[in-house]
Design a protein around this ligand. Structure first.
Ligand code: APR
Length: 308
């Protein structure tokens, strides 16, 4: 099972890595990479396609500056945006990226009205809302990527702490991406063993804190630019769940319609992803402190939405 065509919008660090992972996993017959910069998507796509004989994949990779080649794509991964530049406020960044995501979303709705959209551009929860509003797509077909990345970071740190395989670690996080992430420690296990039985509370708290700051830790190393290997892996895992109809339970940003007491706001929750995108939002019973943290997270997303 795979898709015919997947389009990645934004041929920057995250976008190019998404395109390469999609092709290497042969998740579709064709990957289209789109960017406004002339020559960049074409050059990167051609370079990736030239790796096909060595890596042994038959997914065609092409680059473009317009949406003609993206027509009738089954799925889009939206990574277009800009990073904050000196002198720019967060609101400037928010408005700029919202403008970009709005124009990208309008093109998506025009060329592929039945597509599923995975939004990666930040601030994620709000950009997913902008994409949903602009495309007019139902919530099933506009999902944000954050939770898979946050749990991947959490799992990678737990694996290091316990010196065990990452494969045996399961975790779930809720809430917004980054600072307002709500890790569900009670839902984190190592081959079914609750993590609290293996790691003392203060160490676990430190790992949770490192996870929250995972993006900033990478930026501090790189100085220019932000993470892209783990973010692209996370976006492509969601794409795989959808195009292969795997019905995976993954944390993702979904537009809530009453679940967890929230309405009309994108928030990270456990989602069932398969054919058609979001198949179901799983509603868990939360502890008092988890519920409070999730409500704070939703409040934060609403405040950013109000600034638009
Ligand atoms: N249409 C298509 N591409 C665009 C548009 C647009 N309207 N506007 C900007 N872009 C492109 C830029 O030309 C650039 O190539 O988006 C790309 C962004 O790439 P990077 O600057 O390398 O950013 P990246 O690290 O890939 O992050 C992209 O994902 O994780 C998030 O916070 C991150 O919002 C950021 C996004």
């Amino acid at each position: 099972m795979s898709a015919r065509k997947i389009t990645v919008v934004g041929a920057g660090h995250v976008g190019e890595a998404c395109a390469q992972r999609l092709a290497e996993k042969e998740l579709c017959e064709e990957v289209v990479l789109i960017d406004i910069l002339e020559g960049i998507p074409q050059g990167k796509a051609l370079d990736q396609w030239e790796s096909a004989p060595v890596e042994g994949f038959d997914t065609r990779v092409t680059g473009a500056n317009d949406y003609g080649p993206a027509e009738d794509s089954d799925l889009f991964i939206v990574t277009a945006g800009i990073a904050r530049k000196p002198g720019m406020s967060r609101d400037d960044l928010l408005r700029t990226n919202a403008g970009i995501v709005r124009s990208v979303s309008a093109e998506i709705a025009r060329v592929a009205p039945e597509a599923v959209v995975i939004v990666v551009s930040n601030p994620l929860d709000v950009m997913a809302w902008v994409a949903k509003e602009t495309t007019g797509f139902p919530r099933e077909r506009v999902i944000g990527m954050a939770g898979v990345l946050d749990t991947a970071r959490f799992r990678s740190f737990i694996a290091l702490e316990l010196d065990v395989s990452v494969e045996d670690i399961q975790a779930m996080v809720l809430g917004g991406h980054g600072d307002t992430m709500v890790p569900l420690v009670s839902c984190t296990s190592v081959s079914g063993i609750p993590v609290s039985r293996l790691i003392p509370p203060e160490r676990l708290a430190a790992i949770v804190e490192r996870t929250r700051n995972g993006g900033a830790e990478i930026v501090a190393h790189l100085k220019t630019g932000s993470a892209y290997y783990a973010p692209s892996a996370a976006a492509v895992q969601m794409a795989e769940a959808i195009v292969r109809n795997k019905r995976r339970i993954l944390p993702a940003a979904a537009c809530l319609e009453g679940e967890y007491g929230q309405e009309g706001v994108y928030l990270g929750v456990p989602c069932k992803l398969g054919a058609g995108g979001l198949m179901e939002v799983l509603e868990l019973e939360l502890s008092e402190s988890e519920a409070e943290a999730l409500a704070r997270s939703a409040e934060h997303v609403r405040q950013v939405m109000a600034r638009l």
